[in-house]
Write a protein that binds this ligand. Structure first.
Ligand code: BGP
Length: 489
């Protein structure tokens, strides 16, 4: 006779996640300096699957963007004006019953060029106000320190994280945040999707390809990644010192990959994709480079310059929990010429058993359970899902209602799988959906790729009133939270 099912823990952190560069707007307000996100242009003529095109960056197009004050062409400069609407938006999140909200602190709002001697008081005051408003609604902040928004000045001067000095600048920024917000923020994430540095090295690490040594881009990216590993360990130590009861997490894009067939070559390819994905969390959880990764670097003749105590720092200051994003699963095959489909800034072979979103991302709730089991079994640390959801083109009916049944169905099936994973022993302590309110897409800078339970009246070109309105899924998620995940229908 099976024991009673566990259900979600009684203090499960239900909520949502946004990022400063995709929501705040106010890109040059109150002294904020330009960030790498502020040069991301919306290109309506590009296929949504053309991430290289959407995220392309050259010294020349950076110069051009910085001369262009336009906010229509550069959607991340305007976001959804969360900077001025945060009270209204938090009230809506509180109406849904949010226990937590994941946000990021825009580094260039605190240090406009990244190198000022003193932080911007106006920048700090915005997050003071934001955290006070969250506290008013009993919403627990989860704060990401680096979420694709480093000061553009550091990219132009040092080629981003390639230069070791950026470690110290990031540590300084993080310490200012820990000291300022130590009484209101307990949960901290260091680098959002630290593994994405190879997929889009500019928004993740400020690396400008045409500034890298000829033919050495891959080695340069691994060097920048090493600096981020060291910085992550250093700020983990500082956070624990400054905020004794703090919990620090790493953040991984969980790219769960299946073999297209049971052919051993397909299985081997999928295994290697998954192991390469784990590498980034392995370093922050186990505190060392995995031996297979070290051998891969050696075979590729990739030499990472390290200082004497780097590995000791990484080893000593590992994270308390593992956070990750999960949108879709991927499929790999050793066979060429199979139909491909898009995923989160990565492409895979189309899985014939799964439906896709309008952006080609394959919807796989069981893949989330697989991801939870794999991550918990590997790390045996508490887990939190900090991004999950589906981008969709919502239709606003003539009466203003939005019947996003597809979104309710996506979440319902993913929550069912989360519940099963918990039943089977996974320690999952929270869940924040990605984009609980419509915000700007990271990969394509679209507004029309909507994730929210709350609709924002704005189109891809920045036209609209920014009016917020509740979708059908708003009321559904409210009921889910009210019943702690018991009522999903
Ligand atoms: C993740 C990012 C988020 C978010 C998400 C959805 O990689 O951490 O910032 O944007 O992707 O991607 P998109 O917005 O491109 O649909």
């Amino acid at each position: 006779m099976m024991t009673k099912t566990k259900g979600f823990p009684k203090d499960f952190l239900w909520g949502g996640a946004i990022a400063a560069n995709q929501a705040e707007g106010a890109w040059n307000v109150d002294g904020k300096g330009p960030s790498v996100a502020d040069i991301a242009m919306y290109r309506s003529n590009l296929s949504v699957e053309d991430y290289e095109g959407h995220l392309a960056v050259t010294s020349e197009n950076i110069e051009r963007a910085m001369k262009d004050p336009d906010v229509k062409k550069y959607p991340k400069r305007r976001g959804i004006d969360f900077y001025h609407h945060y009270k209204e938006d938090l009230a809506l999140f509180a109406e849904m019953g949010f226990k937590t909200l994941r946000i990021s602190i825009a580094w260039s709002r605190i240090f406009p060029t990244g190198e000022e001697a003193e932080p911007s008081e106006k920048g700090l005051q915005f997050y003071d106000r934001l955290f006070q408003e969250m506290k008013k609604h009993n919403i627990e902040p989860i704060v990401t320190l680096s979420h694709y928004e480093m000061p553009l000045a550091l990219s132009l001067k040092y080629n981003g994280w390639v230069e070791r000095k950026v470690i110290d600048l990031f540590v300084k920024f993080a310490n200012v945040c820990f000291e300022r917000y130590k009484d209101v923020v307990k949960y901290w994430l260091t680098f959002n999707e630290i593994d994405s540095i190879h997929r889009h090295s500019f928004i993740t690490a400020g690396i400008i390809p045409d500034r890298c040594p000829e033919g050495k881009i891959e080695e340069t990216v691994y060097q920048a990644l090493h600096h981020q590993f060291v910085a992550s360990a250093l700020v983990t130590a500082d956070c624990h010192r400054i905020i004794p009861d703090s919990q620090v997490g790493c953040m991984l894009t969980k790219l769960t990959t299946y073999p297209h067939t049971c052919h051993p070559s397909d299985v081997e390819r999928a295994l290697k994709q998954n192991l390469d994905n784990y590498f980034y969390a392995d370093v922050q959880v186990f505190g060392e480079y995995p031996p297979l990764i070290k051998r891969m670097l050696e075979r590729k003749n990739i030499n990472i310059k390290m200082e004497a105590d780097d590995l000791a720092i990484i080893k000593e200051h590992t994270v308390d929990f593992v956070s990750f994003s999960y949108y879709m699963s991927l499929t790999e095959s050793a066979q060429e010429g199979l139909e491909k489909t898009d995923g989160n800034t990565i492409r895979g072979v189309k899985n014939p058993y799964l439906p896709s979103t309008d952006w080609g991302w394959q919807i796989d709730p069981v893949g989330l359970k697989i991801s939870l089991i794999e991550l918990y079994d590997r790390y045996q640390k508490p887990l939190i899902i900090v991004e999950n959801g589906m981008g969709a083109k919502d239709v606003v009916e003539s009466d203003g209602s939005i019947h996003d049944d597809y979104r309710i169905s996506y979440f319902r099936e993913h929550f069912r799988q989360m519940k099963e994973a918990i039943e089977e022993g996974v320690d999952l302590f929270g869940y924040t959906s990605w984009g609980p309110i419509d915000i700007i897409s990271a990969g394509t800078s679209q507004m029309s790729k909507r994730y929210g339970f709350i609709h924002v009246d704005q189109d891809d070109d920045g036209n609209g009133t920014l009016k917020r309105s509740r979708k059908d899924s708003f009321y559904w998620y409210k009921k889910v939270i009210e019943t702690n995940g018991e009522v999903l229908d």
